[in-house]
Design a protein around this ligand. Sequence first.
Ligand SMILES: *[C@@H]1O[C@H](CO)[C@@H](O)[C@H](O)[C@H]1NC(C)=O
Ligand SMILES: *[C@@H]1O[C@H](CO)[C@@H](O)[C@H](O)[C@H]1NC(C)=O
Ligand SMILES: *[C@@H]1O[C@H](CO)[C@@H](O)[C@H](O)[C@H]1NC(C)=O
Ligand SMILES: *[C@@H]1O[C@H](CO)[C@@H](O)[C@H](O)[C@H]1NC(C)=O
Ligand SMILES: *[C@@H]1O[C@H](CO)[C@@H](O)[C@H](O)[C@H]1NC(C)=O
Ligand SMILES: *[C@@H]1O[C@H](CO)[C@@H](O)[C@H](O)[C@H]1NC(C)=O
Ligand SMILES: *[C@@H]1O[C@H](CO)[C@@H](O)[C@H](O)[C@H]1NC(C)=O
Ligand SMILES: *[C@@H]1O[C@H](CO)[C@@H](O)[C@H](O)[C@H]1NC(C)=O
Ligand SMILES: *[C@@H]1O[C@H](CO)[C@@H](O)[C@H](O)[C@H]1NC(C)=O
Length: 746
Amino acid sequence: MRMGLSGRLMEFIILMIMLTARAKAAAIQPKPGCQRRCGNLRVPYPFGTENGCFMENKFFIRCDNTSDTPKAFLQRSNIEVLDFYPDSQLRIRGSVASDCYNSSERFYSDTWLRSGLYNISHTRNKFTAIGCDTYAFIQGSIGQSYATGCLSLCNRRNDVINGSCSGIGCCQAAIPRGVRDYQISLASYFNHSKVLSFNPCSYAFVAEDGAYNFSVSDLDNYSAMTRGFPMILDWTIGNQTCSEAKKDPENYACKENTICEDPEFGNGYMCKCIDGFQGNPYLSNDCQDINECETSKPCNSSCHNTIGSFYCSCPEGYEGDGRQTGTGCTYKVKPQNEKFPITQIAIGISIGIFALFLFISWSFLVLRQRKILKLREKYFKQNGGILLREQLSNREGYGENVRIFAADELEKATNNYHESRILGQGGQGTVYKGILPGNRMVAIKKSRIGDQSQVEQFVNEIIVLCQINHRNVVKLLGCCLETPVPMLVYEYVTNGSLFDHMHNVAGASFLPWETRLRIATETAEALSYLHSAACVPIIHRDIKLANILLDDHYTAKVSDFGASRLIPSDKAQITTIVQGTFGYLDPEYMHTSLLTEKSDVYSFGVVLIELLTGQKVVCFERSEEKRVLALYFVSSMKEDRLLEILDPRVLNDVNVEQLKEVAALARQCVGVKGEERPTMKEVAHELAGLQAMEKYHWGKRNLQAEEAEYLLGELSNTCGDYATTSSSMGYDSINNQIAFELDGAR
Ligand SMILES: *[C@@H]1O[C@H](CO)[C@@H](O)[C@H](O)[C@H]1NC(C)=O
Ligand SMILES: *[C@@H]1O[C@H](CO)[C@@H](O)[C@H](O)[C@H]1NC(C)=O
Ligand SMILES: *[C@@H]1O[C@H](CO)[C@@H](O)[C@H](O)[C@H]1NC(C)=O
Ligand SMILES: *[C@@H]1O[C@H](CO)[C@@H](O)[C@H](O)[C@H]1NC(C)=O
Ligand SMILES: *[C@@H]1O[C@H](CO)[C@@H](O)[C@H](O)[C@H]1NC(C)=O
Ligand SMILES: *[C@@H]1O[C@H](CO)[C@@H](O)[C@H](O)[C@H]1NC(C)=O
Ligand SMILES: *[C@@H]1O[C@H](CO)[C@@H](O)[C@H](O)[C@H]1NC(C)=O
Ligand SMILES: *[C@@H]1O[C@H](CO)[C@@H](O)[C@H](O)[C@H]1NC(C)=O
Ligand SMILES: *[C@@H]1O[C@H](CO)[C@@H](O)[C@H](O)[C@H]1NC(C)=O
């Protein structure tokens, strides 16, 4: 009796527990009879339009059914929802910023978005700008401020490539992850005055990848552009991870037959029906088995559905997996018994084959060795080896500077170009670390240029570079011409690049402002030397953080002359195909293809800006997006917001004036018009002055010749006439833009 009573009590208690558990589990379910439609749009749980029908406040949807076509809006905002996706995303209608002109007026409308608790999907959206005189920024904050954007220029409608969004009429940039709000602004260089006839407006917007395809007609179709494009937002449940959420079954949102997934990035979790099931994972018992046999008819013969899966079977006498996409069902063939001395024959054949194989590989090796030797000789000639050797033998004193390495030597030094020896990879080639006999470290660049028409120029560059002797320029030790592509051997600089240090690449240390300023000064001095003091002025063309190397004492060494061009002293500019790294590329050069030393000044200005802002302004590593860094910097300075974008880690009361002066200098360097930029000589002077904390009076543009001397390294005085023996040099002659005689007379 006693036992019976306590047994009942236990039963009762258990029942109570089960009931409350059920009641609590039901608490996270929508109330029955919820309105699940807003016009044509289905609003699935966890979203809902009425109290008790959504899971959390962030899933409240306001249905505006006052018009004929009801619209759904996110929470209490005016963000219109176009679609809900079970996989933690939803599609909304984005808005478009526009900047329009007629001959007398400007009509400007920027746009912004505050998405509350939703993040803008960085994988599925793109920032796009349209126009022929257009640059656009997208900015906001993700803890720190970020800005990115793009630049689009064109002169004539015919230049624009229909369907291609690549910087001519249309440009795109990725958006950073974790963004919840943004503001888009648009600007132009010339108020569209040069393109008014076919493109009066610039537009910019964030849109789902693939939802907008650029068409030339969009350049002057206002209504097509301003209607708004869909974009994707991410959502998750709560702010816990799956494992945290599971510990709290009362509030755990994933129901039967589901799995929980953590997002790739960010808080919260998401639920999914397990494979082979479909339904709404947030509703009780809604994930139901899919009857594959009915839905996709996967089998060639009989099909059997199982929970979560299916299998096929074949009729008797047939074999195979029975699947349409597999082997199907085939008639079974009965194996025949053979009586045949199969093993003996097999052994005989194997021995024969083996002997034949040995013979073939031996002759192959011999032939290959011969071929390799021949090939090397061929490459040597192709790559201008003969020419170079001639050149070298003609000059006294070159012998010790430039050395011609043999292919074997470099192979050995780099452990046969082993992956572990790769120091860096860039547009011009791959750089390996090499160890020469005697433990001498070198950097070996395997260039990518294999173009015959550039051989003479390549040789020329080697010779010129060999003569550069400046403490802030990486020294070229030699080259190898026996390989399909020419290879260059440089001194090894031990401490990585400025990029590594500015971007906290593993092992790199933080650079205080004094060091940054000194590195900037040294780089400016090296460039000034290249521009005005080397025997033939050299334009580097690819100045960027990654090409400024640092040694143990953080001394700057400018490297990578793969894109460099020599400018004969009687010319101030040459026409070339535009080359360089986008973010650092002079917009004027990009526009006109006219290369002057001012292009390096622009790139150097971008480097200065990066040294000043650090990662305060997140302009992304992809250089296309960095194109607008300079523009953004200048626009911030114009708006008097300089202090907001300076690197907070180096900004302090003591150096704020100095930072401002460097910022003013950087701003001049990235001026739109080349002629308004200072020369490298002036920049180097100004920086050196600032570094010594003596205010050099800026503005005197015509420096005396002697003033320039101080920054130069030793100069070989025999260099002026080296080119007289080689007949003519075609710069970028592949493009046939301009070819000229390099007479070298001076
Ligand atoms: C509009 O929606 C509300 C609730 O969301 C509902 O009460 C009302 O009947 C709807 N009106 C029309 C015209 O559908
Ligand atoms: C520019 O637009 C304004 C407003 O629409 C209009 O009043 C003005 O006449 C236009 N100017 C020209 C030159 O078309
Ligand atoms: C563009 O228009 C603004 C005024 O709207 C004017 O100040 C500026 O000088 C114009 N720029 C050009 C290049 O025409
Ligand atoms: C854009 O082009 C892609 C591929 O060509 C196509 O799949 C997509 O539907 C197009 N989008 C629009 C809006 O036309
Ligand atoms: C550009 O391409 C779109 C489709 O991608 C096409 O509809 C349009 O006619 C094309 N325009 C021109 C000028 O070729
Ligand atoms: C402008 O775009 C709209 C919508 O895409 C289209 O219907 C219209 O034909 C376009 N107009 C012109 C002149 O191309
Ligand atoms: C998580 O959400 C709960 C309630 O929704 C809130 O009280 C808590 O502060 C949040 N935690 C974090 C780290 O955001
Ligand atoms: C959105 O991004 C922020 C970072 O800005 C992150 O903390 C948050 O967890 C993300 N939320 C979601 C739902 O991904
Ligand atoms: C499936 O069966 C059809 C006829 O029943 C046959 O023609 C086809 O080859 C079969 N496919 C496979 C993969 O066995």
